[in-house]
Design a protein around this ligand. Structure first.
Ligand SMILES: [Mn+2]
Length: 626
């Protein structure tokens, strides 16, 4: 951080890049198949590591005018899967069922979901045997429904329900059911039998053998066969009931601690015949707990969603300038993640908050629709993440829209970056997320002392005790992320309860970290007038403020930096490869290549990757420091 350039030096701005040719995009899309089915090799063939030749832009120096380097090659140059691209990249072919949106979009093995089902079965059997329970039973999950808008027949684009998708990977199959037989784990999925009318309007659907092969399950049937199937599965077998009790029907019911909504158990006409066999206690905690820890295959997919979103953030960073509207930044992000990443859905509504708007934490919603004109001197806080195959990313970048930090903006930015680094330095198994939140608050308060907002001689712990951290960061440090942006299991039974202290009470989890968890690290510092007025009116907090200095920051909005971070056995891995150091941000805004040739902040633990033939491969970005 010491060798960052002069913050007041103006930066050269790149010329706007032309939009991609619509014609080439259409031609490429037409050539791409949404499912590619091949069989023979085990998924281990996907494990690969090929060094990626760095984009050669040697000799470029910060501050020099540089030709803008596209973060992603033009669509027409993207190599389509599989054979030619794999041969060119020296990669072994993938020979198992996978999901992909064609070209070089990520290829998600169906194995990912089979492994999830195995984990679920193992967990449920372990729990039920420890409770003295039975072995036989049936897990039944109901997939998401195709909905319509209000009273109309307009159909919003379908997005699968997350628990169902976690288990079966049927992202594109509305109105389906899935069943897992216990104790063996045999998997049967049920898809609607479609009418001729449906086929005429919506197209032909795959036959049952194709469904089975596509999702890598044991059997596929029609939904109208479900009642008879459940009857058969729950049938009592002579002799076995005396030892184990009759087979149970395991249904999903439980509270989402972020939304306050309940997961809805599977239903079909006739299910009430099994009312005495229903079990609502075992499935929900078991599947939620499995979702908390990600497998290597899930992490691989999340590396992709994070990489796509980071590269799109870089494009927005390069294009952003005064005179644009906030929604143009949103639009550009969506274009890049979809065109280059196959991401049809955002993980959440884009927050494109500029000028004073970062002080509105969830700006961008229907009532505040990203509609400000960017002005010179504005800070932008852009919180945008795309999802692919229903797995999320959640990334925030903050920077001055004109490419020039004022000293005050920079002081706030660096305080937040300090907090980011400090948390990533401490993240490892057995660390407390609550303690990480406090660590971030300390960094931010120290930064505000340095900026002259808070008294330089005041003790940080006294400020923490006075809840001053929650005045500047009135949200939690971060949350579990996976299929959902705010992923499940934050306050599961048996984990630390929600605190009542300001700031800590906003945490979406207070868990002790474990390897395999992916959490966002999103420290922020905001200047929210009503909160600041409350603090100034409270003698407990007002005494820490330097009179008058706060006024220089009111209206600045705020800064947030948000990365997705995987907890590993011995520390953590940052899945987010966005520009973070001030010099990185200014260089990228000036048109410099990304990823960079050197990593000026190895302490952020960014795992540098690139995409080759639908897979993520490591690339070499050596640390800048000796
Ligand atoms: Mn977040």
């Amino acid at each position: 951080m010491a060798d960052t350039p002069n913050p007041t030096r103006p930066r050269p701005r790149p010329r706007p890049r032309p939009l991609l040719s619509v014609r080439s995009a259409l031609a490429a899309a037409a050539a791409a198949a949404s499912f590619l089915l091949l069989r023979s090799c085990p998924p281990a063939a996907a494990a690969l590591a090929s060094p990626h030749p760095q984009n050669p832009a040697k000799g470029t120096k910060p501050g020099r005018r540089m030709a803008p380097t596209p973060a992603m090659p033009p669509l027409a140059d993207r190599r389509s899967v599989p054979a030619a691209a794999e041969a060119a990249a020296g990669l072994a072919p993938i020979d198992f069922p996978y999901f992909s949106l064609g070209l070089d979009t990520y290829r998600v093995p169906a194995e990912l979901h089979r492994e999830n089902r195995q984990r679920l079965v193992g967990r449920m059997l372990a729990s039920s045997s420890s409770a003295g329970g039975e072995g036989r039973g049936l897990v039944l999950l109901e997939g998401g429904k195709q909905t319509t808008r209000y009273d109309t027949d307009h159909e919003p684009v379908f997005r699968q329900e997350s628990y169902f998708h976690w288990a079966f990977g049927m992202a594109d199959a509305p109105d389906a059911y899935g069943a897992i037989s216990l104790p063996g784990g045999r998997t049967t999925v049920f898809v609607p039998r479609r009418s001729l009318d449906y086929t005429i309007v919506c197209g032909a659907v795959p036959d049952l053998d194709q469904v089975r092969d596509q999702y890598g399950v044991d059997e596929a049937r029609y939904v109208d066969e479900l009642p008879a199937f459940v009857d058969e599965e729950l049938r009592e077998v002579d002799g076995s009931e005396e030892e184990e009790g009759p087979p149970r029907l395991h249904l999903l019911r439980g509270l989402n601690t972020d939304s306050g909504n309940m997961a809805i158990p599977a239903r079909y006409d006739g299910i009430s015949a099994h009312a005495d066999r229903r079990d609502f206690d075992l499935l929900f905690p078991s599947i939620a707990e499995c979702r908390v820890r990600k497998t290597a295959l899930e992490v691989g997919l999340m590396r992709y969603t994070h990489w796509v979103s980071c590269m799109a953030h870089v494009e927005v960073m390069r294009t952003c300038r005064p005179g644009m509207m906030e929604y143009q930044l949103e639009s550009l992000f969506q274009h890049h993640t979809y065109t280059h990443g196959g991401c049809r859905h955002m993980s959440y509504t884009c927050i494109c908050a500029c000028g004073p708007n970062p002080a509105v934490l969830h700006y961008g919603h229907g009532g505040r629709p990203n509609n400000r004109l960017l002005e010179p001197g504005d800070m932008a806080l852009l919180d945008m993440g795309a999802e692919y195959h229903c797995y999320a990313s959640d990334i925030t970048c903050s920077y001055p829209v004109d490419g020039t930090f004022t000293p005050d903006q920079r002081a706030v930015y660096e305080a937040v970056l300090e907090a980011q680094v400090e948390v990533i330095r401490r993240m490892r198994p057995a660390a407390s997320w609550t303690e990480m939140h406090r660590a971030a608050e300390r960094c931010i308060l120290r930064g505000l002392q340095g900026a002259g907002i808070l008294a330089a001689d005041a003790d940080i712990e006294d400020m923490i005790a006075a809840d001053l951290g929650a005045i500047f960061m009135p949200h939690g440090l971060g949350h579990l992320i996976g299929l959902d942006t705010h992923d499940v299991g934050g306050y599961a039974e048996g984990t630390p309860p929600r605190s009542e202290r300001p700031g800590l009470s906003k945490l979406r989890t207070a868990r002790i970290l474990e390897a395999g968890m992916v959490l966002t690290v999103e420290p922020g510092c905001y200047f929210i007038d009503p909160l600041l007025d409350l603090a100034l009116a409270d003698p407990r907090q007002a005494k820490f403020f330097v009179p008058g200095r706060l006024d220089d920051f009111r209206g600045m909005g705020g800064v947030r930096l948000e990365d997705g971070v995987l907890v590993t056995e011995d520390g953590c891995e940052n899945l987010t490869v966005a520009p973070r150091a001030v010099e990185e941000v200014l260089d990228v805004m000036g048109g410099r290549q990304w990823p960079p040739e050197r990593d000026v902040m190895p302490e952020l633990k960014r795992n540098w990757v690139s995409r080759e033939a639908g897979r993520m491969v490591p690339i070499d970005v050596p640390p800048a420091k000796a």
